[in-house]
Design a protein around this ligand. Sequence first.
Ligand SMILES: [Zn+2]
Length: 158
Amino acid sequence: MKTISLVLLSLGLLLTGTAADDKSNPHASGVPAAWAEKVTDIAELPVERYDWGTVQWLANRKLMPGSEQTMGLATILPGKQNAAHYHPNCEEILYVLSGEGLQHYDDRVMALKAGMTIRIPAKVKHSLANTGREPLRALVSFSSGDRKTVWLSSPGLK
Ligand SMILES: [Zn+2]
């Protein structure tokens, strides 16, 4: 019995110690190994760099096997525009988190600003130009865990 109490006491101290460490470092991974394919932490995800901005994939079939959706965070730099492209196998929904821009959608153009959402069906060619002074940040989601992209000009990968 004494041994069990001691073990529990040690475990308690260990857990307290871990919690204190987490508090002192807000960027420490909050994803336990058992959740590795169900939870991601943006602080640990790779950044795809383009000459027009960046994309970070938050969820897709590669990060989360079995996923039937893709989600990412895209940033377009002021005065820049991502390369025109379309997705043959999924629709895209884009929500503007901050900034403003012009969404090219087939042969039409729609002004977007923070708070607006646009749905782009599969096969519709599109690109987004940042017309503001600050980076345009958008949450993008796709109806497939394995999003395909056909670039109509160089994607501008850095
Ligand atoms: Zn797209």
